[in-house]
Design a binder for this molecule. Structure first.
Ligand SMILES: *[C@@H]1O[C@H](CO)[C@@H](O)[C@H](O)[C@H]1NC(C)=O
Length: 467
């Protein structure tokens, strides 16, 4: 027979007791969390669509027997106005110039090279594409990758390592955050889009040097985005560039949401804000938004691109970008530049800008709190209260307007929002319909946080004297 010392028994009981208590507590909180996260608003996210994400698209109906915890698709679809896709220039759907060329390239090159860039996965298309991208963004050379996320997450570790310093905007995308962490460099964050704070961090870090040894940093890279996609804000690029020059830090600019979408010739924030691309050391962007394709690019000096091509695993080991996808990018750039022999590109660029500025100013007039800057096609409408998320989303969808709502953890807990993305593919009629619906739903849900000032004349007409 085993006899257990009294103390051991006591501590064992105690441990079990603790485990039990924690288990109960966890179950309790899980129930609350489940109720919050599944039962009530699961239907507002990951809505399946069954057409290309054009100005209008088909949203598949889903039903649930368990308070929206699990959702089943039906065969019914609703034609909805699409305010959720990053289809800035309208290249996400079939295009009279791009699509036939993409099909031709599929016949000529097949769907995939089935190999890496260095093992026969570089076709003439890939070489042409890199030249085309470099020329478009205004840099001597470029390298393209099959995945946008990996363009950030795999490149940063090749550019910088231990002994280096990355200074990152506090709202930079997850791909940048992961790339920075994977690099082994020291990471410091500056207040979102605040050049004065960037300067403060730079000055402090340069004075302090590397941790422990206090040796000077081997390299400093400041990483910013052209347009912040959750905020709809443009980068304070001119100020940031002059600070980077002053402190001799490299600047890495992620243009995932700005390339093609802004600027007189669609060349992104440098084009829009009058920054010389020679002042941006590393220009990064993706092809999934404005160009209706996939993948990403890095553009920079010839030496930089050569170096990346010899050292970056995303170039050496990943399957090269699919030839039809490469063709789609090149064709859409040709349209943007007017090299297709039409003025469609120029019209698209004018339309995205007019559409965005019209929509933003109308929303503001209606009393919504809209984040972001003029010219930005991304405009978050603040909802704040989590109970307003499903209400806003569902009521818009009921009226055939599909909007994306974003909540914690993608935003801070209190800053839930609906994120509107405007496209050059939207007509004025589309936008007017969307505004009508959003205004109506905004009244119902109570998210017009800045009601317009009462009109002077109207009040005076009612016998109320102003001033
Ligand atoms: C489930 O989703 C539907 C459709 O989006 C909505 O109308 C309904 O109120 C939701 N039910 C619950 C219990 O949240």
């Amino acid at each position: 027979m085993i006899t257990i010392p009294y103390l051991t028994a006591l501590t064992t009981y105690f441990s079990y007791g603790l485990l039990f208590a924690f288990g109960q507590l966890r179950d309790f909180f899980r129930k609350i969390f489940d109720w919050w996260s599944h039962n009530s608003l699961e239907d507002c996210f990951n809505r399946p669509i069954c057409s290309s994400p054009d100005a209008w698209f088909d949203v598949v109906e889903r039903i649930s027997n368990d308070y929206n915890k699990t959702l089943k698709r039906t065969t019914r679809v609703d034609r909805c106005l699409n305010l959720g896709s990053y289809n800035y220039l309208g290249f996400a759907a079939a295009d009279e110039y791009c699509t036939p060329r993409v099909i031709e390239s599929l016949k000529k090159f097949s769907a995939s090279t089935c190999s890496t860039r260095v093992d026969g996965g570089t076709t003439t298309l890939h070489a042409e594409l890199e030249e085309c991208v470099a020329n478009f963004v205004g840099k001597p050379a470029a390298v393209v990758f099959g995945m946008g996320y990996a363009t950030n997450s795999a490149i940063l570790p090749v550019l910088i390592g231990k002994g280096g310093l990355i200074i990152s905007d506090s709202l930079n995308h997850n791909s940048i955050v992961n790339g920075a962490r994977g690099s082994g460099a020291t990471i410091r964050v500056f207040q979102h889009n605040t050049p004065s704070h960037l300067e403060k961090v730079l000055r402090e870090q340069i004075a302090e040097g590397q941790p422990r040894t206090h040796r000077p940093w081997k390299k400093i890279i400041v990483v910013v985005e052209g347009i912040y996609s959750m905020e709809g804000e443009l980068c304070q690029l001119p100020e940031i560039v002059s600070i980077c020059k002053k402190y001799r830090a490299y600047i890495y600019l992620d243009e995932a949401h700005s390339i093609g979408a802004v600027g007189k010739s669609g060349r992104g924030v440098c084009d829009l804000l009058g920054v010389d691309t020679a002042d941006i050391d590393i220009m990064m962007g993706t092809f999934t938004k404005s160009f209706g394709s996939c993948g990403g690019y890095i553009a920079g000096s010839k030496e930089l691109i050569e170096y990346l091509k010899h050292n970056c695993p995303a170039h050496l080991y990943a399957t090269s970008i699919s030839p039809p996808a490469a063709q789609q990018i090149m064709s859409s750039i040709k349209v943007i530049l007017g090299e297709d022999g039409s003025s469609r590109g120029a019209q698209k660029l004018a339309r995205i800008r007019e559409n965005s500025n019209f929509f933003r100013s109308e929303l503001q007039k209606m009393g919504f709190e809209v984040l972001g800057d003029n010219d930005s096609p991304v405009m978050p409408i603040m909802l704040y209260n989590p109970a307003k998320i499903p209400a806003f989303s569902r009521e818009c969808l009921k009226r055939n307007v599909a909007v994306v709502t974003v909540a914690f953890p993608a935003t801070p807990l209190l800053l839930a929002r609906a994120r509107i993305c405007i496209s050059a593919a939207h007509t004025r009629e589309d936008l007017t319909k969307a505004l009508e619906v959003i205004s109506r739903v905004g009244d119902m849900v109570g998210v017009k946080y800045f009601p317009a000032e009462p009109k002077k004349q109207q009040l005076e007409g009612e016998g109320i004297k102003m001033d």
